[in-house]
Design a protein around this ligand. Structure first.
Ligand SMILES: Cc1cc2nc3c(=O)[nH]c(=O)nc-3n(C[C@H](O)[C@H](O)[C@H](O)COP(=O)(O)OP(=O)(O)OC[C@H]3O[C@@H](n4cnc5c(N)ncnc54)[C@H](O)[C@@H]3O)c2cc1C
Length: 563
């Protein structure tokens, strides 16, 4: 198989055999942004890499963030200057490497009576923030009068706003960032597979970790993945892997939960992403995005079920009360919530600190068995986290076997789909693809939606749509309702390791969060396509449909207590 074929779920068995049949240089446990970044970094330094993910790629925290590639303005308040500088600079790198997924967005910061920032402190803070991140002059912060702030965002509460600022942040899609990184890693020879769980670690005679007993959760089969080094990038589960290694000593994880609520944009029709004060002294975001506005986040200690942290009624009340205080005319109610998500921050515990005070810095733990665990950090800083982890492993390899140290190569490496020199090229590409998709009934909006997800790989989806039309004609099969939808499902299964409806509707397309009403209309179509392409019989289809239905209803099912 060529490297690309390792991205097809139809080749799953061959990929499992490869995982079980070779000795790799590095085994990465965890397919969130941290693990994906490590796989890409290591593969491009010439190492043979295996990555296993127990659920789907990005199914942990990396599909449940605020989806901003940002420097973390609030960390400036905590004087985490080095962190702000690092993530600020990384923000620019990710923007250039995945321009189809990282969208510059003006963020409005209203200054309110009794709020945490005055015009003066906001002006200084944002100046430093831009300076640390090396923001170009035209994009630097602009302070606004009360009148201009209210003109910029008429929905703001006129009784409390006393000024404002506009500064630049970047909106992204966390789960797509993960998959584009995985795809690039696979292009460079990494073997990455979802639904493979590390159950136990394996060791050599000297007590050094040399792989993991693993189970394919799709087939139930178990096998060993062997490697010279193991990196634990299991996010909220990092301590569980350290426990398997009997090395959970000293510093430990502290999980805090953050939720987001999605409402129809018509119910909160803001023009700008807004970062605003909450009565308890925290700040949260309201972010408009193609037909919806999402609001978040909370930050509460969490000790419940890690697999699927839910959203409680108290979480909903908190976010709605905060939004209604700053946008009083919206009068948002629980009935307005169309969707939601809830994620866990894998932070490093510090005695006596509240959730919001805990540092977002990343940290690496190296155990006596050689297991390298990495935790903390931000989506935005994933490339540096990857670089640091692989540096550590290469240093170990130098000590063990005198292996040459190769430096990190990812700074100027575009992710899959990111082959554009600048944003203008993206708009030209949308025009070009729209022309190409006309004959199969593709609209400009549909094509643009694809390009902002799949970037320069969109042409492959359009090409496939033509091919499917021909196949349908020759076989006499009925043409589907929409050839682009059919081709997109094909692309997910054949090029992005999609194995079930949730992989596609939650993490590859974001539809469950951002277009939930569309799912209700198209689900029958998707079920039929999946059954056909993955050869599900009726029993399997029923099972898959029920599984997805639970995920579909969970996003509007708010509990009284943590799960
Ligand atoms: C509410 C919230 C908002 C945030 N907002 C932002 C933001 O706007 N910008 C930003 O930069 N950062 C943000 N972050 C932080 C960012 O999302 C996280 O730092 C990042 O996603 C963590 O990625 P990870 O890969 O370390 O963990 P995860 O994404 O959780 O990945 C770990 C993976 O390991 C897998 N795994 C666990 N155990 C095993 C096993 N035994 N075998 C195989 N696989 C296993 C899990 O299934 C999981 O997929 C936010 C976080 C939260 C919670």
């Amino acid at each position: 198989m060529n490297n690309q074929e390792y991205l097809s779920s139809l080749n799953r068995q061959a990929i499992v055999e490869k995982l079980g049949g070779e000795e790799f240089d590095i085994l990465v446990i965890g397919g969130g942004i941290t693990g994906a970044g490590i796989a890409l970094d290591a593969a491009t330094r010439g190492l043979r890499v295996a990555l296993i993910e127990k659920h789907d790629f990005a199914s942990g925290t990396s599909s449940r963030s605020t989806k901003l590639i940002h420097g973390g303005l609030r960390y400036l308040k905590q004087f985490e200057i080095a962190l702000v500088r690092e993530v600020g600079q990384e923000r620019d790198i990710v923007f250039h490497n995945a321009p189809h997924l990282v969208i510059p967005e003006k963020m409005l910061l209203p200054i309110v009576k009794g709020g945490s920032l005055s015009s003066f402190s906001a002006s200084i803070g944002l100046y430093v923030y831009d300076w640390l991140a090396g923001v170009v002059r035209s994009e630097r912060r602009k302070m606004l009068s009360t009148k201009t702030t209210l003109q910029t965002e008429p929905l703001l509460n006129k009784d409390i706003v006393i000024g404002g600022a506009l500064y630049t942040e970047y909106r992204s899609d966390d789960a797509r960032l993960v998959i584009e990184t995985i795809k690039k890693a696979v292009e460079h020879g990494a073997v990455c597979l979802n639904y493979i769980e590390a159950k136990n670690l394996i060791y050599n005679n000297q007590g050094k970790v040399t792989g993991a007993d693993s189970t394919d959760l799709n087939s139930g089969n178990s096998f060993q993945v062997k490697a010279r080094k193991v990196i634990n990038a299991a996010g909220p589960w990092v301590d569980e892997i350290r426990e398997l290694d009997k090395s959970r000593k000293g510093k430990r994880l502290h999980l805090t939960k953050g939720i987001h609520l999605v409402v129809d944009h018509a119910r909160l029709p803001i023009h700008h992403a807004t970062y605003f004060d909450v009565a308890d002294g925290r700040m949260i975001f309201a972010i408009p995005r193609a037909g919806i506005t999402y609001i978040g986040t909370t930050d509460t200690n969490y000790k419940g079920n890690k697999e699927n942290p839910g959203v409680t009624k108290a979480d909903v009340d908190y976010i709605l009360a905060a939004a209604n205080a700053i946008f009083p005319d919206a009068k948002l109610a629980v009935e307005d919530v169309q969707s939601s998500w809830s994620g866990l921050r894998p932070l490093i515990h510090e005695d006596g600190k509240d959730p919001s005070e805990l540092s977002r810095k990343d940290e690496i733990f190296i155990s006596s068995s050689g297991l390298v665990s990495i935790a903390g950090g931000k989506l935005t800083g994933y490339r540096q986290m990857a670089r640091k982890s692989v540096d550590v492993v290469l240093k170990q390899m130098k000590e063990d076997d005198n292996q040459a140290f190769v430096s990190c190569k990812t700074e100027k490496m575009t992710l899959s789909g990111g082959e554009f020199k600048n944003r203008d090229e993206i708009f030209k590409y949308i025009e070009k693809c729209t022309g190409e998709a006309k004959q199969i009934g593709g609209t400009q909006q549909e094509v643009a939606d694809l390009v902002w997800k799949y970037g320069s790989n969109t042409a492959e989806i359009i090409e496939k749509a033509y091919e499917l039309r021909e196949t349908n004609r020759t076989t006499g099969a009925e043409q589907p309702e929409n050839l682009l939808w059919q081709a997109e499902v094909w692309y997910g299964i054949n090029k992005e390791l999609v194995l079930n409806l949730g992989d596609f509707l939650i993490r590859r397309t974001g539809m469950l969060y951002f277009e939930r009403p569309q799912i209700a209309k198209r689900l029958g179509f998707y079920k039929q396509q999946f059954a056909q392409m993955l050869k599900w019989d009726n029993v399997e289809l029923q099972h898959q449909a029920e599984y997805f239905n639970n995920e579909y209803t969970a996003v509007v099912d708010f509990t009284n207590e943590e799960k």
